[in-house]
Design a protein around this ligand. Structure first.
Ligand SMILES: Nc1ncnc2c1ncn2[C@@H]1O[C@H](COP(=O)(O)OP(=O)(O)O)[C@@H](O)[C@H]1O
Ligand SMILES: [Mg+2]
Length: 267
């Protein structure tokens, strides 16, 4: 589909998408009509911005570039925005909590923007530090991870800053996954690579729990949520341990790999 001269993909189920296209003559006009606030500028100049307009719900604009030569020290040299868009749509359609994808704007061969719902809330790391989460939330997060993995998707960057926690007026807590840049979709759910990437997701999540030195009951609850949701591979804990060891080598943390091994065993 085209929006003026620009190729776009729209989430057909999104009323906001249809309204934006009806309301603004082209995407540049859409972007410049809102108040833009920079949320994050990455090393490789990619931006995450929030867009506000009094007639629309607040939105997030995440930009992607596929420019060559790549900037120095780029951690994720080739993020494929088509893949991110497709995976975010699949997750959203399967009721796995992610920000609803709205429009993918491809404004040049190498540059694009994903427009998505702006979630309310704070990151899981902030929520834990504020003491507003309990082991039940960790159980639910474990379940949601299992559901995501069960449809053949790994998240790829399960740091706590990539989980948004929101408490509504009735004190109900909801969680959402963001940042699907490293997500992968597996057609063959029985391959070992998939098992290892699932273990990597779980390892990265548990690593933040160790680093934040939270009570072990939280981690146990997360693990219970994950494992009670369905079956896991017989060597799954070993794969998790291998990933945690390699993460430890890259970060400083107060636990030895021996201690971590016994904690994982006791899950
Ligand atoms: N859909 C969203 N709703 C609310 N905040 C978001 C959303 N997407 C991103 N953010 C905010 O922007 C930050 C960076 O976004 P993220 O997708 O994690 O980018 P990066 O790849 O740079 O880590 C997040 O930590 C969060 O604060
Ligand atoms: Mg992130």
């Amino acid at each position: 589909m085209k929006w003026n001269d620009t190729y776009i993909f729209i989430n057909k189920g999104s009323c906001t998408a249809k309204k934006l296209i009806r309301f603004f003559p082209d995407w540049k006009n859409f972007i410049s009509s809102g108040t833009i606030e920079l949320i994050k500028l990455n090393q490789d100049k990619r931006k995450v911005e929030s867009w506000n307009h009094n007639l629309f719900p607040p939105l997030i604009l995440k930009s992607f570039f596929r420019k060559f030569p790549l900037p120095k020290n780029t951690l994720f040299p080739l993020i494929d925005e088509n893949k991110v868009w497709i995976i975010q749509n699949i997750l959203s359609m399967n009721n796995i909590p992610v920000a609803q994808p709205i429009i993918l704007i491809k404004y040049s061969l190498f540059s694009s923007i994903i427009v998505m719902e702006k979630l309310k809330g704070i990151t899981l790391i902030e929520a834990v530090r504020k003491g507003i989460v309990n082991p039940d939330i960790f159980f639910v997060i474990g379940q949601k991870f299992y559901k995501m993995h069960a449809i053949g998707i790994t998240h790829g960057d399960t740091k706590w800053v990539n989980i948004i926690v929101h408490i509504d007026i009735n004190n109900l807590i909801s969680i959402n996954f963001i940042d699907l840049d490293g997500a992968k979709l597996y057609k063959n759910k029985h391959c070992l690579t998939f098992e290892k990437y699932k273990a990597k997701d779980i390892a990265r999540y548990i690593f933040d729990a160790f680093r934040e030195e939270i009570d072990f009951t939280f981690i146990k609850s997360f693990w219970a949520g994950y494992t009670q949701a369905g079956t896991i591979h017989e060597n799954f804990k070993e794969y998790i341990l291998l990933h945690i060891k390699s993460i430890i080598q890259r970060h400083s943390i107060n636990l030895s790999s021996f201690e971590i091994k016994s904690l994982i065993k006791n899950l």
